[in-house]
Design a protein. Structure first.
Length: 189
């Protein structure tokens, strides 16, 4: 998919700002001149999008800060473009019509032009790697807590009270399994 729309009467206008609505497969681009008027729109798949700014004069690129925004921002900055990532929750009020990729791109231009929104700093690969490790750790902690609570709840149904705390679960479960006087059925042992 490769669709381009240039607007009549704007042939002499030079695009200085690009708003990109990022997606998984198809990206909506809106190029604006210095006055903020949209002079060109493109809808590109991932491959053409990755190449569309390679030989272009430096632009001010604005995108919503989302999952892939930091990787695209680093790529565009290496090509000499300046990049601004805006928090999605602050861009949404600038989308005037129904939420579509096209309207989102126009809303990004308007939000960038407003200047009241504090941009999100572009993360380095190291910062993103560290953030990923923290997310994995938090996910494992949540899974561990859920498993502990499940075991405590199942044993509580048979009268075995397990004290709170991850460090107390193992000895208490082993004691409950070895205790022949509780109501714990054999298939749970």
């Amino acid at each position: 998919m490769h669709a381009t729309t240039k607007f009549a009467g704007n042939e002499s206008s030079v695009a200085v700002t690009l708003a990109v609505d990022l997606a998984k497969d198809v990206f909506e681009l809106a190029f604006a001149d210095a006055a903020g008027r949209i002079v060109e729109r493109k809808r590109l798949k991932r491959g053409p999008f990755a190449q569309c700014l390679v030989n272009r004069a430096p632009l001010s690129i604005v995108m919503e800060a989302c999952g892939s925004a930091h990787a695209w921002a680093r790529r565009f900055m290496r090509l000499g473009h300046s990049v601004k990532l805006l928090p999605a929750q602050h861009v949404r009020p600038y989308v005037r019509r129904n939420k579509t990729d096209r309207a989102d791109a126009a809303g990004l231009l308007e939000a960038a032009r407003c200047g009241d929104i504090r941009p999100v700093p572009v993360k380095t690969t190291g910062q993103q790697g560290t953030q990923g490790l923290h997310r994995i750790r938090e996910h494992h902690k949540a899974e561990r807590t859920a498993a502990i609570n499940l075991v405590r709840g199942l044993l509580r149904e048979f009268g075995a009270a397990i004290p709170a705390g991850a460090d107390k679960i193992r000895p208490a479960v082993l004691a409950a399994l070895e205790d022949g006087d509780n109501d714990l059925p054999e298939q749970r042992r």
